[in-house]
Design a protein around this ligand. Sequence first.
Ligand code: ATP
Ligand code: MG
Length: 577
Amino acid sequence: MRWSQLFIPTLRDIPSEAEAASHQLLLRAGYIRQLAAGIYSYLFLAKRSLLKIERIIREEMDLIGAQEFHLPELHPAEVWQESGRWKMMGSDMFRLQDRWGRDLCLGMTEEEVMTTIARGELRSYKQLPQLWYQIQTKFRDEPRPKSGLMRVRRFTMKDSYSFDIDEKGLEASYRKHYNAYCRILSRSGLDYLSVEAHSGAMGGKKSHEFVLPSDAGEDVVVTCDACDYLANLEKAESTPQVIENDASTKANPLEEFETPGQKTIAEVAAFGGLPASSHIKSLAMVISEETESKAVLVLLRGDHQLSEAKLSVLVSSETVRPAHPEEIQKWFGAEVGYIGPVGISQVEIIADKALEGRSGLVAGANKNGWHLRNVTPERDFKAHFEDLREVVAGDGCPHCGQPLALKKCIEVGHIFQLGRKYSESMGLRVLDEDGKERAPVMGSYGIGLERILTGAIEQNHDEAGMMLPAAISPFEVVIVPVNFKNDDQREAAEMIYERCLKSGLDVLLDDRPERAGVKFKDAELIGIPYRVTIGKKVAEGLVELSDRSTRLSTDVTLEEAVVSIREKVQAAPLADF
Ligand code: ATP
Ligand code: MG
């Protein structure tokens, strides 16, 4: 295409509202414009890039035998009520009513709609497995839309769903998706990791997240360089830095001591002279289930933090919150800061494993202005010991003991083994080999198109602009005549342009009457991987071929130019899965 006829509104200045590099560059390079918070218009370049991402995804889905559907984005409330997620999705769901006052919502994900189709049609195990997918708009009223296209309220997801008669079948469908996701991300030119993850609101057991290491990410992955241990922070385990426990404190009797106005661990530690690691952090939490809520007292070593994700998996509830001050007063007879496990019988106590076997600890006395010393778990209170704490950098790897590191990542895809949650709650049954009714086992597999684009930019950019991998860049090559008014240069540019088109390259000809500097800057900003510059050397039959990411340039003959570009574009490596 010819640049002079295109709408590519590049900006010289960094837009003040944008913090993340991908957000700044998407605006500066004229890819997107904001319509409202978390809602963007995708202009020509973004659309081209997203179309390429979509094509890669579609090809890989089709390769594993998945079938593409096009489903409504507007869903009746009933199907979400049946699965129990109408309430559970809370304010993340965009809801509306039709003219008859009937409740509807905008689709956030499609388990309910896919299961509705399946239950109306699938009758026998002979029809299984089925793999169904769609690549469509999703709507989520995110509490904090941010970073341009990274977290938006309207985005494009490829989501697929598998239906199998048994767990073995599910395992096979899951494996196919796992491999397809590896191929999609590697074909898109991304540096990615796959990590075992927490299933969140989806239900089910096994799940993997596909993430892109990047400081702009919101996910944290725990890694061990020594042994390849890799886990999402929400699941990661570790051996805490060991505290030498003073065995002599074991026999010491419990003792109350006054701590007026000292509420936090840091305050009590400074006041009583013992380190935070010799304190018990007592957190009163409320777990909400369908109909009722219950309280639990969570105990951690004073210098550790609670992982709410681990707690919610442990108690099988998505809604876990800290108790309100009035609730704490009612259950413990004291204010926050003075509560503890000793003498508590009506509230369940769950303690982190780092407290197992310790003694001589300090905890709240359940009396305002007082704490207890010489607290010994097991002797002074009963608790279940579980892994509840959040890993911190430097903790020991659970496999090899070497120090762990935390890495920020962008989540791009998530695959889940759902099990029978939706088939059971929504009445999907097929006849098995023995003629008995069975609920099929399902899997659900999502990947975000905008996240692939933003992730690619975050991983590949410099001050001058984007450096998109050729497979997902809006164009593969840009042809820049230094002076388009010069007949020789213009003719050579036109000739290379025609040849590129003929050989199937996605080519852009910069035929604008601009200074060379402006054209170079724009080409670098929008991130086209290869550039052919046509300048004075054209008199000797030479043009310059440059690589956007390495910034290396070589002179090639007019004849060689197209062949060299083709080789480079096709050279993108693809591992075998
Ligand atoms: P996150 O933890 O980032 O909110 P999620 O766990 O809600 O993601 P899923 O429900 O598993 O995400 O959706 C599958 C994929 O859809 C994600 O891996 C991501 O690529 C994409 N996605 C989810 N929410 C958004 C959003 N608000 N904006 C852009 N892409 C999104
Ligand atoms: Mg989310």
